[in-house]
Design a protein around this ligand. Sequence first.
Ligand code: HEM
Length: 415
Amino acid sequence: MPTKLADDIDEIITDPRTYGDEHLYHQAFASLRAHDPVHYCQPANFRPFWAITRHADIMRVELDAANFLNGPRQFLVTIDDENMLEAQTGSKNFARNLVAMDNPDHRAYRALTSAWFGPKMIAQLEDKITELARETVDRMVAMGGQCDFVNDIAAWYPLRTIMLVLGVPPEDEPLMLRLSQKVFGSTDKDTGGGDGMASMVEAFQAFNDYFSAVTADRRINPRNDVATILSTATINGEPIGDDERNAYYLIVAAAGHDTTSSAISGGLLGLLRNPDQLAKLRADPALMPMAVDEFIRWSSPVKHFFRTAVADCEIGGKQIKAGDSLMMCYPSANRDEAVFEDPFAFRVDRFPNKHVAFGYGPHLCLGQHLAKLEMRILFKELLARIEDIELAGNPAWVEANFVSGLKALPIRYHA
Ligand code: HEM
């Protein structure tokens, strides 16, 4: 642990390249927690913000939604990109999706789909998801003992699941994958094209065009899917706006699989690097729910979300002013020594595991039950049918500072 904060810590935690190196960003957050847990950041080319790195402070802010708003600033965007966005769309901010909304809108919009994503409805998908998990492991078996787990396996299975829930046909899945990689991995040359906001705006437009057509279809041919709910949704007797509807589709479609796929590959890497933990999980499959929470804590695919302070206040001894932005650094909270015993140890039986990888409070991830169910089913199937899994090359991480995880995980195995 460095004895003081690095002089360029503000640049380190905002630079997308930092997130391409798991040790680098965990070390940066560990030094922030130790030396300045509520740190005022003024990186070049970003509007200033407070980096909130301790678990307790993040929970406090996220629980107090009346005093810390989700809109309008959602995640790190460079000043150049904000200006480009404004030139193209007339606003420095993205369309109002669920995470960017505050009450009363947030409550009303979340209620539209909350039953769909609740534990009861999600449990009804178990058979279908089990079938998808079997097909996924069949594909792994057919690949003959070697694959890139991220691109061949983990990218597809959560995508299939969320498209099933949304009601998007399988032939459109490659398009959905390409577009969401452009949204989240826009700063990485391998995933998004590396040209930042231009890539992102292009992907948003393509998502909007695609889902406008889906809406038109569901109004004529309603089905039992989330697309039909969104196409016909009303709030206070009025149909919801086109922008809000498209932003809703986008957050469910994009946030619904990239995150889960990163947690799946991050979890597998954790098991491969810790063979004793893999053996423990194989010996006692009842540990699976705990293991899945550990995979999610360990990988923390969402690196931050922002909040905006409504009034002057104090957090961790620092004076925050009304209008200041706060960055909730989830991977940092999930390695917080004050909450987790031996936080850098990967333990499939970690309990309790109060990670905040799904956020906390009223915006707590809508898809958390779905993500956990998918992961439990896949790993059960995978561990039952695949043996002697080992790394067959170096893992690599996406260089992106918002939602990111592994971009390559070469493995060798026996079916
Ligand atoms: C391991 C996988 C996942 C992780 C790590 C994750 C993480 C997160 C985080 C950190 C938030 C913000 C919470 C906050 O601000 O307090 C969030 C919100 C959200 N997530 Fe997830 N997510 C995952 C899977 C999913 C899935 C499968 C869906 C599919 C529906 C989904 C849909 C959403 C939506 C719609 C929101 C906005 C909720 C709101 O603002 O009310 N996520 N997620």
